[in-house]
Design a protein around this ligand. Structure first.
Ligand code: NAP
Ligand code: MG
Length: 402
């Protein structure tokens, strides 16, 4: 069979530990035999980030802006223990944080649904995609522990010195205070990313906040979404046969539980943090979840939602057998290859991505899976495979589908 040719390189961001091992296996078994793989390779493994003073992360983000599509392996975010383990010069920042800041993106996470791994919520027939705003609010707060009686005020000083001042509370005794913010620019990017993603995937978009209580702050999010929708997206949504609606977060939560799935749920930063954990665990596992960062300028970065699976890596280093689930990493590659195919007009590349995803799902549905899934599946007569055997099993299924 002739290999599929690519015209534009994918930005390839290699990573750490067990996922780095899976990365190579996936390339060797599932990609290189079929595609004349063109990538611009960036090694974001912690050792190389340290050697380059983290310049490699910045370079990989710049390359993503240039080419438009990246695929990223999970990476270590250093903490004190990693400082000693890797003899680091500095406690380098989270690569995901650096890349997100450079691309100004929104993160979309969607469960990968397979028969035999049923969601706890019985009426969820299709995946629910969580779109999380990843800037501001409580994640960039200023807090004060109030020691005793006194007045708390909210003050904004404009560049010309004029002030806006509001009393927050007259404290009669000790208490606590918190200041949070967001910017029109970031909310606008978030809204545009959500509208574009809904059009891209032809799914309805829901957005919810607590605007009845937060009449200025949350209401401002609602207004920005509505203005952008009316101005730029209404007609496109109608043409695509999809819907945008806003509702109160309480109502959204109730409706999500009764819905069939198959839509995008856009959430403010905190709501998105907790709701994505709820939705993903109700669907089964973090290793069965796709994750893509989408920038308002139309740049895509695909990754797995889980980490580097450190415990499995230490077993691997000792020569012990591992059964690490590679599904999310396979889907990061297929997502990126499909998008590259779409942008460059290479139908064969898009078809390849579809078929590899089908083969991955079918392998599990046929009862061949890694240990994490074997523990939660409703299928009987399951064969538990190790990390490498699973990837080889996917290749077998793929060959049969061809
Ligand atoms: P993790 O790598 O997601 O793993 C946590 C646990 O979840 C594992 O020990 C394993 O449970 C299970 N698990 C996760 N992915 C799995 C898979 N593909 N197959 C099977 N089981 C899987 O999180 P962590 O251990 O907290 O973090 C490890 C490193 O990853 C950290 O250095 C952190 O900085 C980094 N991290 C990176 C990203 C990213 O780059 N996107 C995200 C999160 C964390 P059992 O051990 O019980 O089998
Ligand atoms: Mg969380």
């Amino acid at each position: 069979m002739e290999k599929i040719q690519m015209t534009t390189p994918l930005v390839e961001m290699d990573g750490d530990e067990m996922t780095r091992i899976l990365w190579k296996m996936i390339k060797d078994e599932l990609l290189l035999p079929y595609i004349d793989l063109k990538t611009e390779y960036y090694d974001l493994g912690l050792q190389h980030r340290n050697e380059t003073d983290d310049q490699v992360t910045i370079d990989s983000a710049e390359a993503t802006k240039k080419y438009g599509v990246a695929v990223k392996c999970a990476t270590i975010t250093p903490n004190a223990a990693r400082m000693t383990e890797y003899h680091l010069k500095e406690m380098w920042k989270s690569p995901n944080g650096t890349i997100r800041a450079a691309l100004d993106g929104t993160v979309f996470r969607t469960p990968i649904v397979v028969k035999g791994i049923e969601p706890c919520v019985r009426n969820w027939e299709k995946p629910i995609t969580l779109a999380r705003h990843a800037y501001g609010d409580v994640y960039k707060n200023t807090e004060i522990k109030v020691p005793g009686p006194g007045r708390a005020e909210l003050v904004f000083t404009a560049q010309d010195g004029t002030e806006i001042r509001e009393t927050i509370h007259e404290f009669k005794g000790p208490g606590i205070l918190q200041g949070i913010h967001n910017t029109d620019q970031s909310i606008t990017s978030f809204a545009e990313a959500c509208f574009n993603y809904a059009l891209d995937t032809k799914q309805d978009l829901w957005f919810a906040t607590k605007d009845t209580i937060s009449k200025k702050y949350d209401h401002h999010f609602k207004d920005i979404f509505q203005e952008i929708y009316d101005r730029q997206y209404k007609e496109k949504f109608e043409a695509a046969g999809i819907e945008y609606f806003y509702t109160l977060i309480d109502d959204a939560v109730a409706r999500v539980m009764k819905a069939k799935g198959g839509f995008i749920w856009a959430c403010k930063n905190y709501d998105g943090d907790v709701m994505s954990d709820m939705v993903s665990s109700a669907f089964g596992s973090l290793a069965m979840m796709t994750s893509v960062l989408v920038s308002p300028s139309g740049v895509y970065e695909y990754e797995a939602a889980h980490g580097t699976v450190q415990r499995h890596y230490y077993k691997y280093l000792k020569g012990e057998e591992t059964s690490t689930n590679s599904v999310a990493t396979i889907f990061a590659w297929t997502g990126a290859l499909r998008k590259r195919g779409e942008l460059d007009g290479i139908p064969a590349l898009m078809a390849f991505a579809d078929r590899l995803e089908q083969a991955t799902v079918k392998t599990i549905e046929d009862g061949r899976m890694t240990k994490d899934l074997a523990l939660i599946t409703s299928l009987e007569h399951v064969t538990v495979l190790n990390s490498e055997e699973f990837i080889k099993a996917v290749r077998e299924t793929f060959e049969k589908l061809s």
